[in-house]
Structures are given as C-alpha cells and as structure tokens.
Design a protein around this ligand. Structure first.
Ligand SMILES: [Zn+2]
Ligand SMILES: [Zn+2]
Ligand SMILES: [Zn+2]
Ligand SMILES: [Zn+2]
Ligand SMILES: [Zn+2]
Ligand SMILES: [Zn+2]
Ligand SMILES: [Zn+2]
Length: 96
C-alpha cells in the first residue's frame, strides 16, 4: 500500500457519463471538477494533481461580467458554468 491522498466527504460517484471532464491516465481515469482531479479507487476517491485538459470547441470568451461566476483558483481565475470550471490558457480554455 503506497501513501496517497484521499478525498474525504465525496458523495458524488464519478463514472462514464457523470458529466465531469475526463482525463485518461496510465491505468485509470481522472475526473476534473471544482478545481480538483479525482480518481475513483476502490471504495473512495483519490486526489490527483490537475491534468492539463483542454476544453475543445469553446466559443465563448470568459471575462469579468460575461455572466459566469468567477472563482479564484491559485494564480488565476476560473469561470463556472454547466457544472464545469474553465480557465483561460493561451488560445483555449482548460477544464479545472
Ligand atoms: Zn463526476
Ligand atoms: Zn470528485
Ligand atoms: Zn485510494
Ligand atoms: Zn463566461
Ligand atoms: Zn467555459
Ligand atoms: Zn490548456
Ligand atoms: Zn483553475
């Protein structure tokens, strides 16, 4: 058993079609939501480092006053909509 970070108090069950962004990793899948990456593991959920996951086909430009809720996240701002959080990155948006 290796040490790993467990996300406690997680009452959502991630799975195919759960609506969260997925990142295929070596041997498992990370689900990105609320600024965290979670990987289902046995009967709990592990906290993983954020993968770089670009949101494809994002036509809307987030900016202050765009109508979406800004959320401070480390050194940048995420914008929340449709159950996702997006952070501007170069010419696209990342899932956060
Ligand atoms: Zn989920
Ligand atoms: Zn989760
Ligand atoms: Zn675990
Ligand atoms: Zn927006
Ligand atoms: Zn967005
Ligand atoms: Zn990016
Ligand atoms: Zn972020």
């Amino acid at each position: 058993m290796s040490e790993h970070e467990v996300h406690s108090g997680h009452d959502h069950e991630h799975g195919p079609g759960c609506g969260h962004a997925r990142a295929e990793r070596a041997g498992h899948v990370d689900y990105v939501h609320d600024g965290h990456a979670h990987a289902p593991h046995a009967d709990h959920v592990d906290e993983h480092p954020m993968p770089h996951l670009a949101h494809p086909g994002h036509d809307h430009g987030h900016e202050p006053g765009c109508g979406h809720a800004p959320i401070a996240h480390g050194d940048h701002v995420d914008y929340a909509h449709d159950g996702h959080r997006h952070a501007a990155h170069d010419d696209h948006y990342d899932e956060h």
